[in-house]
Design a protein around this ligand. Structure first.
Ligand code: DGJ
Length: 568
């Protein structure tokens, strides 16, 4: 076991690596992550929780990350491992992680498993766990102590923050390759069994009432508040000072707000410590969702949830992102709730499944996300890896096109389809683009033989008003002038050969055609070179574009297509 002293680690911070990751604001209002000056999207995977403690596991999760074509691994750095005895540091696990990642050219997002992990304090070292006097526990209203250290204890903060600082200082001193690009502070913070802490320290804080710092913030940003919070304030009478119940109304949702304020104040102090070591590195917190009809305390109450974003922003302005961990259905709605003008989208955890790569394309295309990372990718069946690898490799190759000088003024878009949501029409300039699930073409037997349609989707990146990059898996796109879309809905269904599927044209419209139509000038499958230039792999036409009627990518693979349109 290698033991370091904190003072040595702090001294070595002076050895600066010269690498930099940061969040930039773009003209289009979106945020963009850059690493060493280049746009970066985290095509990530998060490892299972217990890998960091075993060098063999670390090596194998890094190998598996490479086989997924991930560029980034999210991996715990655990308090119990780095400070097994108070004030004595063991960074063996950290060095192994960073070393194994650096060797493979992977980036790392350390997850600080400090005072809280999934609400609980299970990653606090044994010397913290055993000393309940010095490190008091949160309690339910009935006085039941929980294995959750109290947010209100200065001793808890002192010990947790000292370890966090030691970790970051050690990383700054040793990560000369710039492998670490972003930091997660704690993990899925939130109270369980009750909406807030009722320990004596917590009760004392509650009795002080709502701090002016919070009411001032809510007044200043009153027009941008989350609708749930805005209506709570309104229903409580719009008071600008008073007790928690006077300002926010009675009930457990007010308990949740009080607790969120406390968690966020605590995290803000950690974030400021991180800023001192890494002045630009993005900092985020992750949240377990308030799903399945649960109430605060049934779900981890007071975490960085969308309906609490203003409380978190008011108390923790140094944080860059409140990030959702997604394990429920409804992917597009969940990400929309966290992709906000004041909160860039980053999905640090999502249920591991075949759809992960398509989810990444969608998050980037639709919301300009910072990244997406399936949880416990190390458990993904081998048979599913090649599809992820292909999609992730192509997505990575698109990065040079994310430079703002490649973008046209038209925004990117994302597509995400399954059997219940099969198509979507968007407009870009004067063109209506209808994107659909590949199986809306009835030609593939799996479309109609009872097979559950796989998730399909991708992204659209306009290069100019009549030229687009379409990338993804399992999608078919058609293009019409905006003004003509109503008429085309009467088009008869055609078979794979382009002839009527059956019989005569029973659906043809009686109305006269007005205006122009849009044709495919050319469709090319391309590869994107590191300098952003497009290299043709093959020109698609004939059967592959339904004789010029559509652009498509099958469900079993990923492609990047360059589509040039013309009007006639
Ligand atoms: C969310 C947590 O953040 C992860 O560490 C892990 O416990 C998963 N849940 C398990 O589903």
């Amino acid at each position: 076991m290698r033991l370091f002293t904190l003072s040595l680690a702090l001294l070595s911070v002076l050895l600066c690596s010269g690498h930099e990751s940061r969040l930039e604001r773009l003209d289009n209002g979106r945020a963009r992550l850059t690493v060493d000056g280049s746009p970066y999207f985290i095509i990530g995977g998060e490892t299972g929780n217990s890998m960091a403690s075993c060098p063999g596991d670390v090596s194998s999760v890094m190998d598996k990350a490479e086989r997924h074509a991930y560029n980034t691994v999210l991996i715990p750095m655990a308090w119990e491992l780095i400070e097994p005895r108070e004030g004595q540091w063991d960074f063996t696990s950290v060095d192994t992680i960073i070393g194994e990642a650096t060797r493979r050219g992977l980036k790392i997002v350390p997850l600080w498993f400090g005072a809280w992990k999934n609400s609980m304090s299970c990653y606090a070292p044994e010397w913290v766990k055993r000393d309940v006097k010095r490190f008091p526990r949160a309690m339910t209203a009935s006085g039941k102590p929980l294995e959750i250290v109290s947010t209100f204890s200065p001793e808890v903060y002192e010990a947790d923050s000292r370890a966090f600082r030691a970790l970051l200082s050690h990383i700054a001193a040793t990560d000369t390759a710039g492998t670490v690009i972003m930091i997660q502070i704690e993990n899925e913070i939130g109270m369980l069994e009750d909406a807030r802490d009722h320990s004596p320290l917590a009760e004392k804080a509650y009795r002080k009432g709502v701090p002016q710092q919070l009411t001032d913030y809510l007044n200043q940003y009153s027009s941008q508040l989350h609708p749930v919070l805005a209506s709570r304030l309104h229903e409580a009478g719009g008071k600008t000072s008073g007790s928690w119940e006077e300002v926010f109304g009675p009930g457990i949702y007010t308990d949740e707000i009080f607790q969120a304020w406390a968690y966020a104040l605590y995290v803000e102090k950690l974030a400021r410590e991180a800023r001192k070591v890494f002045p630009t590195m993005p900092l985020y917190v992750n949240a377990a969702m308030n799903s399945r009809g649960r109430i605060p305390g049934q779900y981890p109450s007071a975490g960085p949830l969308a309906h609490l974003k203003d409380i978190w922003h008011a108390a923790a302005p140094t944080l860059d992102i409140l990030a959702p961990d997604l394990y429920d259905s409804g992917f597009t709605s969940w990400v929309a709730a966290y992709a906000l003008p004041d909160n860039p989208l980053f999905v640090p955890e999502i249920k591991c499944g075949r759809e992960n790569t398509v989810q990444a394309y969608y998050a980037l295309g639709e919301h300009g996300a910072i990244g997406l990372s399936p949880f416990a990718y190390n458990l993904r069946p081998e048979s599913e890896i090649p599809y992820q690898h292909e999609g992730n490799s192509l997505l990575k190759s698109l990065f040079p096109l994310l430079q703002s000088d490649y973008y046209s003024s038209l925004p990117t878009a994302g597509f995400y389809f399954d059997q219940d949501s099969t198509s979507r029409t968007i407009t870009r300039g004067d063109i209506a683009i209808k994107a659909s699930h590949f199986f809306t073409l009835p030609w593939d037997p799996r479309a109609t033989d009872g097979t559950r349609w796989p998730v399909a989707g991708g992204l659209l990146l306009p290069l100019s008003p009549e030229e687009f990059i379409v990338a993804g898996s399992g999608i078919v796109l058609t293009f019409e002038p905006v003004t003509a879309t109503a008429d085309t809905s009467a088009s008869p269904a055609l078979g794979e050969d382009g002839f009527l599927l059956e019989g005569g044209d029973k659906t043809s419209s009686q109305s006269r055609w007005h205006g122009k139509r849009i044709g495919l000038a050319s469709v090319e499958e391309v590869k994107v070179s590191p300098d952003g230039s497009l290299k043709r792999v093959r020109t698609l036409n004939g059967d592959e574009t339904h004789q010029g009627r559509h652009v498509r990518i099958g469900v079993d693979n990923f492609q990047i297509l360059r589509v040039k349109l013309y009007k006639y």
